[in-house]
Design a binder for this molecule. Structure first.
Ligand code: FRU
Length: 499
């Protein structure tokens, strides 16, 4: 972030230099700053945007409000990485300055074309009656990282039959054509996805709605994404307005996918199975994927949700992104695994084999605030078994398997400072297994738990005290055989300071 830009922010936000610096100090003193997750230097982060590999590096942007932990005028913040785990802050990517983004440069995506990164995004405006208008826009980033916006929107508004809730273009190329899926709302207030085609990324033709079988499934679908993987078509989106049901839709808004035969790109026809959630935890939304140069499909999500207050708000920052996950198709469904590059963050390693019989055990060197933990649990006779993370005086974050109910549960009721209380403290999924394989990533204020090769992922922000660093393994009413690998990530500075 260079000085003239900061000066512009301050004049825009009405803040003096001293006031802005005071905010920065408050952020620095926050006990919940992460160490290996992408987080905002100050202010609020939400959706990942423009995720792309270009000129030998991964480029990623996120929705950013720089002046406080609120959903204000959205900018794009830019980060880069050689390996998906060491990220470098590059400062502001796009500031909303044009008439067609007067109320925010909203979410969008990127594609490399003619050796340049083309960023497609939504310009959001409000008229004098505070009515929303949405424009799809383009900006081009050259090899030096300079981003130039096109002078006018490339799609002026939604087609007939749809409201101004029309945003979050995700672009891809197939053959000689470019395609966009855009999140939309029908005039009858139901959510859907619209499909566009172009030969050059500037002129777009409306192909039609993506014809899913979901005609009444929430009031708005945000952040769609589409790709083919192993011959299947996968449509990701974040629907709003689904009612909670047992095991499903427990958060304020959801994120998930439809999987089927590839979408017919000439008319939008899509034959698919049931909607499934991408994450079984508490804090996950508005994900975006990209194709790595080696063909892997990589996903990053926003580890947060709209309209929820988080404890870091009072420290002048909010939210972070998830670690990158690789997507796979297995048994006709989508599986997620942490990218293998995470291994680069491993420091000291401790391994343990043990049997736990109706008790709770801890081990030397297996503890911490930031670490990776792999655990294979053979459930011999135990009625319940699991792991307690970030334990301390009266604090614990518990992942357990209930062998009677055949379900896996994450409980953050005693994780530390409580928030989002209206949405409950446990998340559970049905699971009928004889062995549990857990792959866990813990940072200062989050846990990400991959269950049985990524059949489920539980993502949660937690706000424990600094000295809650214990890890305990337990079995009740019976026995488990346990294998543990623990790698400390302490002393790691994966995210470099603001430029
Ligand atoms: C999703 C979202 C998008 C929008 C952006 C604005 O979280 O509401 O639909 O483009 O955030 O920040």
């Amino acid at each position: 972030m260079n000085w003239t830009r900061e000066q512009r922010y301050r004049s825009f936000s009405g803040m003096t230099k001293e006031e802005y610096e005071k905010l920065q100090q408050t952020v620095e003193q926050s006990p919940w700053r992460q160490t290996f997750h992408i987080q905002p230097p100050i202010g609020l982060l939400n959706d990942p945007n423009g995720f792309c590999f270009h000129s030998g590096q991964y480029h990623l942007f996120y929705q950013w409000f720089p002046f406080g932990p609120v959903h204000g005028l959205k900018h794009w913040y830019h980060v880069t990485s050689d390996d998906l785990v060491h990220w470098e802050n590059q400062g502001v990517g796009m500031e909303p300055q044009k008439w067609f983004e007067s109320h925010g440069a909203y979410s969008g995506s990127g594609i490399v074309h003619d050796d340049k990164l083309h960023l497609l995004y939504t310009g959001n405006t409000r008229d004098s009656e505070w009515k929303r208008h949405s424009y799809q826009c383009i900006a081009i980033m050259d090899k030096h990282g300079d981003i130039k916006k096109h002078t006018a929107p490339i799609i002026q508004g939604p087609p007939e039959g749809y409201t101004q809730h029309f945003r979050d273009p995700k672009v891809w190329q197939q053959g000689d054509s470019f395609y966009l899926v855009i999140g939309a709302q029908r005039e009858n207030q139901t959510g859907c996805v619209l499909l566009y085609r172009s030969s050059n990324t500037f002129q777009w033709e409306f192909v039609g709605e993506v014809k899913t079988g979901k005609n009444d499934f929430g009031f708005m679908w945000e952040c769609p994404d589409y790709f083919e993987l192993d011959g299947k078509g996968v449509l990701l989106f974040s629907p709003q307005g689904l009612e909670a049901q047992n095991y499903h839709y427990q958060n304020i808004y959801q994120s998930g996918f439809l999987i089927g035969t590839p979408i017919h790109l000439d008319d939008g026809f899509f034959e698919h199975g049931e909607f499934q959630e991408l994450d079984a935890g508490f804090d996950f939304y508005a994900q975006q994927t990209t194709l790595a140069p080696d063909g892997r499909r990589i996903l990053i999500g926003w580890m947060g949700l709209p309209e929820i207050e988080y404890p870091t708000d009072r420290h002048q920052w909010a939210h972070c992104l998830t670690i990158p996950r690789e997507l796979f198709i297995k048994n006709g469904s989508l599986y997620q695994q942490p990218v293998r590059e995470m291994e680069k963050l491993r420091r000291s390693h401790t391994a343990k084999f043990d049997t736990i019989n109706n008790e709770s055990k801890t081990y030397d060197s297996i503890y911490g605030q930031c670490y990776e933990l792999k655990s294979e649990i053979n459930i011999q006779t135990a009625a319940t078994c699991g792991i307690k993370l970030r334990t301390g005086q009266e604090e614990e974050t518990v992942l357990y398997y209930d062998n009677d109910k055949k379900e896996i549960v994450l409980d953050r009721g005693k994780s530390g400072e409580r928030f989002a209380e209206a949405y409950g403290f446990t998340r559970s999924k049905p699971l009928d297994v004889e062995a549990l394989s857990l792959h866990i990533f813990v940072d200062v204020s989050s846990v990400e738990i991959f269950v049985n090769e990524g059949a489920y992922v539980f993502t949660a922000r937690i706000f424990p005290s600094r000295d809650s660093r214990g890890i305990a393994f337990f079995a009740r009413n019976g026995r488990i055989d346990l294998q543990v690998d623990h790698w400390s990530y302490e002393q790691h500075e994966a995210i470099r300071k603001v430029k």
